[in-house]
Design a protein around this ligand. Structure first.
Ligand SMILES: [Zn+2]
Ligand SMILES: [Zn+2]
Length: 363
């Protein structure tokens, strides 16, 4: 029997983020342990810390990461059926579902009645090491996981299981055709990845965001960028409108902007009860609009999104989409940088913990 393994994880303790040490018992029953090589702080981690969403005491934070398998049971395979072995580099889903409840059977696996979300459970609750802002995460059997090649950097792959896969789910809902006009409201990580994916599908995409730095980033991705809806699409009504900002005024404006027969996809507002939107329902009726809400993703959408990253990741300006990596022990500063809004994602490299180095060896 192996000894417990020491794990350091960022936790939300009361209203404070701090590091917590735990002794992780040996993996059993198909669990996979992954040593994190790079994690990213997501806006929803900030929502958790600020109390905008319910969080149990001692929440293990972080759900966006890439790493290498440290412990794997025999004969375990990834989503593609590829055997997984110790040392393999993997992208991780942030959710796992039962596959058997009514919602899972209806294809709504991301709304499984016994859904488990990494980065949202207490360290006091099984599987304990469930946060990815950590040196190691314990992956439950059935969690979507994909072996990935060494060719692409951790910085390219780190958002695969949250922002990129959510964008993939939005694009699946949109079913874009080449030449479609698309408007993406909000140039955060989800908005930018969605816009880049729609563009790679042949759409003419505009990102609308009031922030000049976010518009610069959209331009660096080869996208059109606009500060306001009046000039967003040069008078061409978009048939696909994605609301990725979480701002209720933007959500209402999405309906106003849509072409007749257009499809509005909402993905930015994820805290029920925190906001309301005033929309004239006659706009939806008389323009024959469709609305789809997208929250999280299926395993197929995760796999599609990782494939998209493998194809298009090398051309993404990830050095501008992600901060320089912080050591885990500077998690408070890292969270403050994300809240400043300068970069869509802030990187944390748990291997920097003891070295306090300023730069990171990226694998
Ligand atoms: Zn996230
Ligand atoms: Zn289920």
């Amino acid at each position: 029997m192996a000894d417990p393994h020491p794990v350091t994880v960022a936790v939300l303790d009361e209203r404070t983020v701090r590091l917590h040490e735990l002794d992780l018992p040996p993996a059993v029953n198909g669990e996979i342990d992954v040593d994190i090589t790079l994690a990213a702080i997501c806006g929803s981690d900030i929502h958790t810390v600020l109390g905008h969403r319910p969080a149990p005491p001692m929440t293990a934070l972080g759900h966006e990461a890439v790493g290498r398998i440290a412990v794997a049971p025999p004969d375990v395979r990834d989503l593609r059926g590829v055997p997984l072995r110790v040392g393999d580099r993997v992208a991780l889903s942030m959710i796992t579902s039962c596959g058997a409840c009514d919602r899972c059977l209806a294809g709504l696996t991301m709304k499984c009645r016994s859904l488990f979300k990494y980065g949202h459970a207490s360290v006091e609750q099984y599987p304990h090491a469930s946060g990815m802002l950590a040196t190691r995460v314990r992956i439950l059997p059935g969690t979507p996981i994909l072996r990935i090649p060494d060719a692409l950097s951790d910085a390219v792959m780190v958002s695969a299981g949250c922002a990129v896969a959510t964008a993939g789910a939005i694009v699946h809902a949109a079913s874009p055709r080449a030449g479609d006009q698309a408007l993406v409201l909000g140039g955060g990580a989800v908005g930018l990845y969605t816009a880049a994916m729609l563009s790679s599908a042949g759409c003419v995409v505009t990102v609308q965001d009031p922030s000049p730095s976010r518009r610069d980033l959209a331009a660096a991705l080869g996208l059109r960028a606009s500060a306001d809806s009046a000039s967003a699409t040069n008078g061409v009504e978009p048939s696909i409108i994605v609301e990725a900002s979480g701002d209720s005024r933007a959500a209402a404006a999405a309906f106003e902007a849509a072409a007749v027969g257009g499809h509005v996809i909402g993905a930015g507002s994820v805290s029920p009860g925190s906001t309301t939107m005033a929309v004239d329902p006659a706009i939806l009726v008389t323009r024959r609009l469709r609305y789809s809400g997208v929250h999280n993703y299926t395993a197929d959408e995760f796999r599609w999104s990782v494939d998209w990253l493998l194809a298009f990741g090398p051309s993404l300006p990830v050095d501008r989409m992600l901060s320089r990596p912080y050591p885990l022990e500077r998690i408070g500063e890292a969270m403050a940088e994300l809240r400043s809004g300068e970069v869509p994602r802030v990187a944390v490299d748990p291997r920097l913990m003891s070295s306090r180095a300023e730069s990171s060896p990226q694998s």
